[in-house]
Design a protein around this ligand. Structure first.
Ligand code: ATP
Length: 197
């Protein structure tokens, strides 16, 4: 089985995340894609919404058969290092091919990731541009910083949907329309609970 991993803060999960996940499933011919909200991302200080709310919103957004939203990192607590998640998935899925996905910002700081070489020893990375021209930035970064891993890092330009959770939190705070950024179900969840306002 081909198992994809897509992690993030998902604070909140937006249509850019969904777009990446859809491309990831299709291009990698995944049987299943795990959506993994971080307890605390090592790249960020904190999240605005709780782990439970982020998990619930991911379930609303990725409510389709080939996605599985998992609380593996929320349950572990502490900093959510990808290598810890990966090692645990390799143990629980010994016969599967595991593939990791990420956007431009995450690939272009990859050598700062905890035990990044161990990550690359365990899986291939499929990286998707999250803005126009992002693929060039990623190719340059890999050529300069990770040349010995270039056969394990696959870079794609996929007509990105340019948006971020930060931008969307600001829109919600201003009570602005988020059509095209959030699914209706996720926006309703946010409004019902008064998140980000
Ligand atoms: P924030 O604005 O709070 O930093 P974010 O929008 O970057 O959040 P994350 O949850 O941190 O969202 O991102 C999780 C993963 O999704 C990362 O690998 C990131 O690169 C990728 N990603 C985020 N937004 C997009 C997008 N619009 N298109 C493609 N990939 C994206």
């Amino acid at each position: 089985m081909r198992l994809g991993i897509f992690g993030g803060s998902f604070d909140p999960p937006h249509l850019g995340h969904k777009h990446l996940a859809e491309k990831f499933v299709k291009i990698c011919e995944l049987d299943s894609c795990l959506i993994i909200p971080a307890y605390v991302s090592p790249h960020k200080h904190r999240t605005d919404a709780s782990g439970v709310d982020r998990l619930n919103m991911c379930q609303l957004l990725f409510n389709e058969p080939h996605y599985e939203v998992t609380d593996i990192e929320l349950k572990r607590t502490g900093k959510s290092y990808t290598i810890d998640t990966l090692e645990s998935l390799v143990k629980s899925h010994p016969d599967d091919k595991i593939i990791l996905s990420m956007g431009t910002d995450m690939l272009t700081c990859f050598t700062s990731w905890h035990r990044y070489k161990d990550i690359l020893d365990l899986c291939d990375i499929f990286a998707f541009a999250r803005e126009n021209g992002g693929e060039l930035k990623m190719h340059e970064y890999v050529e300069k910083n990770l040349p010995e891993y270039s056969d394990k890092i696959h870079i794609f330009a996929v007509n990105p949907l340019e948006m971020s959770s930060t931008e969307i939190r600001d829109l919600i705070e201003e009570n602005a329309d988020t059509t095209g950024y959030l699914s209706e179900e996720v926006r309703k969840y946010i409004d019902d609970r008064g998140l980000y306002s």
